[in-house]
Design a protein around this ligand. Structure first.
Ligand SMILES: NC(=O)c1ccc[n+]([C@@H]2O[C@H](COP(=O)([O-])OP(=O)(O)OC[C@H]3O[C@@H](n4cnc5c(N)ncnc54)[C@H](O)[C@@H]3O)[C@@H](O)[C@H]2O)c1
Length: 339
């Protein structure tokens, strides 16, 4: 059996307990300690896992013999807690987005590199088998040249008190897009509105301009009657719809397209030919992405391998979110992603 890694989790609100459950279920993890400022959350964790130590003081967790720390606290606290964890010699998994700004993210990346510690960001969708399948479809060339992508992530959501919808929901789509395309956008533009609370955008439309004229639109909203988590990829040969709300048929490949004749002298001769082929739904392994993510974190700690979603990946997503924020405040102007 693989060496067990002793894990501590900081934050036991909505997302923390999902990390705790996964580490508890993974045989090569020893889910040892949980910290939250709220005693009621700790009482809940103790009820579920009586053997887990709990504390309201994160310094007690960082001073303990846990080897790795997973951080699921509000975004504004990520940098301070992750920095202290790295300084205490712990490997760190930080929930998405890595930090509230790129200076903080750079600091964590540098610190982890200097200390030879694993720094990973919880871009959960990069561990989702459907997203991996989509990436393989794109990189294998099966879809042809990628024209554009449309991503929608909306529902009547949980309004976050201190961040807008871009920082809450768009990290998922931004990390999915950069992962499946294997490249970073050059420019970002964003428009949005704050309907429910002043100055905190609850609806936003982002456009990411990638090299090779690939364009991607992301719509995120906490104010929509329907839960939609869908990404459409349109290529020159085939088109794909990835619907994360679908219980089983998450990916549908449409053999549809428009072919342009090689040449035509007159407008009358110019006829586009439309292709309406099969729709296929590949079998996608039914595993919990967060479980894969937690196992990958432990694997990287044991082997020293660089995580798929490492600190640099986290930094790149934060830079894209920053460019989107500048554009939101700038009337939707195109903003360069500072790399
Ligand atoms: N990967 C995903 O799909 C996913 C989904 C939801 C949330 N998240 C991320 O998880 C993180 C937490 O989100 P959430 O929805 O669980 O928030 P939440 O507000 O429900 O929970 C945060 C918890 O952290 C605790 N906390 C705050 N400061 C602390 C400190 N200094 N020490 C210890 N505990 C502290 C709070 O008491 C609270 O219980 C965010 O970064 C969020 O973006 C990720």
């Amino acid at each position: 059996m693989e060496r067990q890694v002793k894990v501590g989790v900081l934050g036991a609100g909505y997302w923390g307990p999902k990390l705790i459950r996964n580490f508890q279920e993974i045989p090569s993890a020893d889910m040892a300690m949980v910290c939250d400022l709220r005693q009621d959350r700790l009482d809940h964790i103790r009820e579920l896992y009586p053997a887990v130590r709990v504390t309201t003081d994160y310094k007690e967790l960082l001073g303990s013999d846990v080897e790795a720390v997973a951080i699921a606290t509000p975004i504004r606290t990520h940098h301070r807690l992750a920095r202290e964890a790295l300084l205490a010699g712990k490997h760190v998994l930080v929930e998405k987005p890595l930090t509230a700004n790129s200076e903080e993210a750079e600091d964590l990346v540098n610190l982890a590199e200097q200390r030879g510690l694993t720094l990973m960001v919880g871009h959960t969708f990069e561990y989702n088998p459907a997203v991996e399948y989509l990436r393989n479809l794109i990189t294998s060339g099966e879809l042809g040249r990628i024209y554009y992508i449309n991503a929608t992530r909306v529902n009547l959501g949980i309004f976050q008190p201190d961040i807008n919808v871009v920082w809450d929901l768009a990290p998922h789509d931004v990390s999915i897009l950069t992962f499946v395309l294997g490249m970073l956008p050059v420019n970002v533009s964003a428009r949005g509105a704050a309907y429910v609370r002043p100055k905190i955008h609850d609806v936003a439309y982002l456009t990411l301009h990638f090299p090779n004229e690939v364009m991607a639109d992301i719509r995120v909203s906490w104010l929509d009657p329907c839960k939609i988590r869908r990404i459409t990829v349109v290529g020159s040969k085939k088109m794909v719809v990835y619907d994360d709300v679908e219980p089983t048929e998450k990916i549908k490949i449409y053999d549809k397209g428009v072919d342009v004749p090689p040449y035509s002298d007159t407008l009358e001769e110019f006829h586009l030919s439309y292709r309406y082929g099969d729709i296929t739904t590949p079998a996608i392994p039914n595993v919990e992405p967060l479980r894969v993510e937690c196992e990958h974190f432990l694997h990287c700690i044991r082997t020293g391998e660089r995580p798929r979603s490492d600190g640099r990946d986290g930094l790149e997503v934060v830079r894209i979110l920053e460019a989107a924020t500048r554009s939101l405040l700038n009337g939707g102007m195109r903003e360069r992603v500072r790399l």
